[in-house]
Design a binder for this molecule. Structure first.
Ligand code: GTP
Ligand code: MG
Length: 291
């Protein structure tokens, strides 16, 4: 076969007819659009509203808070939670904003899977209890509920702070686990100092400082634990500060502001779910600004 046999084909290819040209153009324009719709159809994650994770130690008042948010008129009944559950709520601003509030069990044995695993997810998408596993919701904020009246107790404080430490550490490691240049979206954390109706309740400023001091103590204890176990004995202390060191290096005292370095903004606000006191308005407003 000589080159001459191909000449007509080459000629045709170089001078496409207007019909071929327009079909090609339509294909170029329409194909990506069809593909886009097909993709959003297959991934139903876009259909779920954003979510807020409600966490905190046992009996801090999580389930009572959900009951109040979802039905302000009925008196709250509660029981120890054993599984996470989600409630759809809406905040009416200028427009109605829907979000899912996820209640979690505070028991130490039950929270690893329902809290720490979703918090470590770098894309901030979480599976919602009661929904299909491939349906995911964008996690917008975390509420860590604290019993301010019991916080001064000798076992409540370390238990609360240990849990908070693990939560903040999961968020810090999530920041580090980012792939490529895209950092995970920032994660606001509200430390809701609950039970302000009780006269033994510590004021929010004290809740903040007492937690910071305890987190600092845990931080030192954990890094010392590493030293004692002989991990990296030849290195100096700064190199010791690895995955379990909360907050930036070089700081002796732990402060919540140190979490800003990892795009984690922590705020402490007082309130109460039952009884007389400041109530939950400030918490509700905080959520409304973040979903
Ligand atoms: P777990 O499910 O075990 O993790 O606990 P939880 O955080 O869901 O606690 P829950 O909502 O069950 O509340 C525990 C107790 O605290 C209940 O007896 C509530 O009535 C009480 N409680 C919750 N909020 C307040 C509050 O603002 N003030 C007072 N005084 N009691 C509260
Ligand atoms: Mg509960």
């Amino acid at each position: 076969m000589s080159l001459n046999n191909f000449a007509p084909f080459i000629e045709a290819a170089m001078n496409p007819s207007p019909t071929v040209l327009s079909i090609g153009l339509i294909f170029l324009v329409v194909f990506p659009i069809v593909l886009h719709f097909l993709y959003s159809f297959i991934t139903p994650s876009n259909n779920l509203p954003p979510s807020v994770l409600l966490i905190g130690p046992q009996t801090s008042g999580k389930t009572t808070l959900v009951t109040l948010f979802s039905n302000p008129s009925t008196p709250s009944k509660t029981h120890t939670s054993s599984t996470p559950s989600s409630t759809e709520l809406s905040i009416s601003d200028n427009d109605d904003k829907k979000f899912l509030l996820i209640d979690t069990p505070g028991h130490p044995k039950l929270r690893a899977r329902s809290v720490l695993a979703p918090l470590s997810s770098p894309d901030s998408k979480i599976t919602i209890p009661g929904h299909d596993h491939n349906e995911k919701s964008p996690l917008k904020a975390v509420i860590f509920l604290v019993d301010s009246a019991a916080l001064a107790d000798s076992d409540t404080l370390p238990q609360t702070a240990e849990y908070l430490y693990d939560v903040l550490l999961a968020l810090q490691n999530r920041f580090h686990s980012r792939k490529g240049a895209r950092a995970p979206s920032s994660m606001p954390v509200l430390i809701a100092a609950n039970k302000m109706d009780l006269f033994t309740a510590l004021p929010p400023t004290l809740v903040k400082s007492i937690l910071e001091a305890e987190l600092g103590r845990i931080r030192t204890a954990r890094s010392k634990g590493l030293l004692d176990s002989g991990v990296g004995q030849d290195d100096d202390l700064t190199e010791e500060r690895d995955d379990s060191w909360l907050g930036g290096d070089g700081s002796e005292k732990f402060k919540f502001e140190q979490m800003m370095e990892f795009d984690v903004e922590v705020e402490v606000i007082g309130g109460n779910v039952i009884g007389d006191g400041p109530g939950v308005d400030k918490w509700w407003k905080w959520v409304g600004e973040r979903v």
